[in-house]
Design a protein around this ligand. Sequence first.
Ligand SMILES: [Fe+2]
Ligand SMILES: [Fe+2]
Length: 466
Amino acid sequence: MSNARIKIDDLIGVINQGGKIKTGVDVYDDQDVLLLERDVLIENVRTLEILKEKGINSLTLDPGSQSGIWDAQGNQASISKDGNIGFETKVKKKHAPGSALGAIEKRLREIDSLKTIATQKYDHAKENIKRVLTDIRETGGEFDYDEVETHVSELVEFLTVTENPFSYLTKEIFTYDDYLYNHSVNVCAIGTAVVNLFNTNFSTVINDHLNAGAPGNSDPYDKKNNKEKNSYKCYHMEEIQEISMGFFLHDIGKVMVPDKVLNKSGKLTAKEFDLVKRHSHEFGVELLEKNKLKNAFIRNIVKYHHAPLYVGEDRGYPEERHPNDIPLYVKIGKLADIYDAMTSKRSYKEAFNQINVVTEIFRQYAKKDTMLQYVLHSFVKSIGIYPPGSIVFLRNGQMAYVLESAGPLVLPFTNVRGETLNAKPNPMDMGDSSTKNEFRIDNRRSIKTPLEVYNLLPAYLQPKTT
Ligand SMILES: [Fe+2]
Ligand SMILES: [Fe+2]
């Protein structure tokens, strides 16, 4: 690129026609006051007008690769020796921030609108479970099942049609007031997303595995050990709906346990713990019976969502069924339940970091049973370790916004001192092996939500807070 001086009025003309400019050089006034940083992408005409008001009538662009002038379509301009800007000559396009940022902004808008839809459906479902539990308290056990069905179907539709649906359901980690309601919807959302993904991704792989009868494998589902269980059946959509209903209602029996026991901050006495345990296999089942709900999916989830998942698992209840006889969807429900309980704030504990929780769940369950390993893979894939729209730290101390959980693809927005960057950066793919170590995600630091770091976010990343 030529380093000729370009008239500021010509640059203003470029911006007025939807173009963008990066000078690549710092611009100072005659008092040596910095007016414009070299890596600011100028998109707003006001920036150039201020320079003009400060007496700057022309600019020189850095001849290196960090600068440029682009038109509204992202075509890079050529600059003649006497500073004329030309778009008509076809020049080789280097990375044009106009087009890259256009795609980012489109994605940000998509994330935003999917979050709005998810939040609406989430709130409807939450209001519904609130009403169900209030009805049970007031009527001594009855609730409107048809209404539950309507709200759960709404949520299920979103969860099964959207890619990475769970990423758009922002989890409440600041308060614990509505824990039981939030928890019911969260377990329904996570559980349904996992069952759905498991269904579509793993059924063939699992059937191959089960029928191969891997030698030396002690998997109870192994063909050699158990001839009846050597095939995995896909769930139909109607069954997924019923399973989701079960996840939604799994803790319904908690309505029979006094709040002071459920929210007790100290250790529960043996008697209190026994009362809490009865919420599933006793109170929950009684409430289903009272409402004449005989569906086996719902009943199994309500009754066994705390049952042991492998032989020898402590603290599981009731223990009347062998872990092999606990249906797969119930196991998924139990993992979703543990994940949500651990990543939620309660009256007696803070929310744990979701990466640590997933690692801990993996550590406890993955090696116990081959089927559980497949479930856990779907689990991690569904919830995404780095959900789009969350905030991570890079190892060099920069903060970055997650654009896509695949990769993940992130957009750094602070410098290493934690100060907001003026310029819009290019996204970085963490899955790219050439990404330097210092730019990788720092897993020791917890993921934050945009609301937690709202003041540091550049305007284009700030979520609507209404
Ligand atoms: Fe429970
Ligand atoms: Fe639960």
